[in-house]
Design a protein around this ligand. Structure first.
Ligand code: F6P
Length: 365
């Protein structure tokens, strides 16, 4: 009888478009190319690994999920096996031995961990405990250093750009300032690219601290040119010069990470006071993570899934699949995590946006 090779897959961190596409690619390319492979889905990210909640995945299970948002496996961006909170209010406990036990009990040869920086940092710790892991990069924030792009990002961009296009209509008709707040945590990629694509007049990102005076000047200069409306695209992590990010408290998890959001309202109040212009705020929030993935994200996720199976088949554990330029490849997980990929404030993307008249809220003439 031929020996079975069992591979586990989990999706962790915030959901994003393309997760189902990657699960489908892993299952289909795994089972079709390697008849000895079995793929086990781990439910709800690292929580399922600690608690041993899993399901075997067949081709039929993943049929028809390519265009669906979310993840059929469930996910969690709170559960870390090394600081595991088993119930609200309980103290975090190291449950990594339970995660290791699940891998051993299921006789998994290794694990495919689909996630962003937090997920992959956990994967690295599991690797150090002897669990073979391969990383697959996903996040709408596009803030992973080990790859040029993560899947989920393009869909978030498309959603944000469409929103900015739609907001133009109201801004222009009512002569208002409209602020569109987008996600991205500590990186300004969504704001920068959607703001550029949508023709935002002001783009505010965490990498370039803003001054209210400078934003007001950009608005009044437009008004002097007869443009009686303005669109401001602000990243949730943007902050004023010398000030702090706006938060909604902290997450209920061991690390107590700040929950970002609300900067749009802070800026709106300050602008209305200074300019007298009617200013409204739209916070896009989870709309950016949901819904059907773009063609680019489906393609990227499918290729990452295929590549991860290729790595698993040749037992190249400890790596994360990535895309550099047009080349799909892999790098050690430890090189992919730790420092975030953020916007270069002096880089060409920012210069290109400035060149077409976009203000980053940092200059006063
Ligand atoms: O990392 C993805 C992301 O959507 C960030 O852009 C955002 O700050 C965070 O997750 C929100 O997470 P939650 O849905 O847990 O509040």
């Amino acid at each position: 009888m031929k020996k079975l090779r069992r591979i586990g897959i989990l999706t962790a961190g915030g959901d994003c478009a393309g997760l189902n596409a990657v699960i489908r690619a892993v299952v289909k390319s795994g089972l079709r190319q390697h008849p000895a492979f079995e793929v086990v889905g781990i439910l709800d990210g690292y929580a399922g690994l600690v608690e041993g909640r899993t399901r075997l995945l067949s081709e039929n299970d993943v049929s028809g999920i390519l265009p669906r948002g979310g993840t059929i496996l469930g996910t969690s961006n709170r559960d870390n096996p090394f600081k595991y909170i088993s119930a609200p209010g309980r103290k975090p406990k190291d449950r990594s031995q339970d995660a290791v036990a699940t891998v051993r009990r299921l006789r998994l040869e290794g694990l495919l961990a689909v996630g962003g920086d937090g997920t992959l940092r956990c994967a690295l710790e599991l690797l150090k405990k002897g669990i073979p892991v391969i990383g697959i990069p996903k996040t709408i924030d596009n803030d992973l250093n080990g790859t040029d792009v993560t899947f989920g990002f393009d869909t978030a961009l498309m959603v944000a750009t469409e929103a900015i296009d739609r907001l133009h209509t109201t801004a222009e008709s009512h002569h208002r300032v409209l602020i569109c707040e987008v996600m991205g945590r500590y990186a300004g990629w969504i704001a920068l690219r959607a703001g550029t694509a949508g023709g935002g007049d002001v783009i505010l990102i965490p990498e370039i601290p803003y001054r209210i005076d400078s934003i007001c000047q950009a608005i009044t200069q437009r008004e002097k040119r007869g443009r009686r409306f303005s669109i401001i695209v602000v990243a949730e992590g943007a902050k004023p010069l010398g000030g702090q990010m706006t938060t909604q408290g902290t997450y209920k998890e061991a690390d107590k990470r700040p929950q970002l959001g609300g900067i749009g309202h802070t800026i709106a109040r300050a602008l209305e006071k200074q300019t007298g212009d009617e200013t409204r705020v739209v916070i896009l929030g989870h709309v950016q993570r949901g819904g059907t993935p773009t063609a680019h994200d489906r393609w990227l996720a499918t290729h990452f899934g295929f590549k991860a199976i290729e790595l698993a088949a040749s037992q190249r554990w400890g790596n994360m699949v990535n895309l550099r330029g047009t080349q799909f490849s892999a790098i050690p997980i430890e090189q992919a995590v730790g420092t975030l990929h953020r916007v270069d404030p002096l880089g060409e993307e920012v210069r290109a946006a400035r060149a077409v008249g976009t203000s980053f809220g940092d200059n006063i003439s």
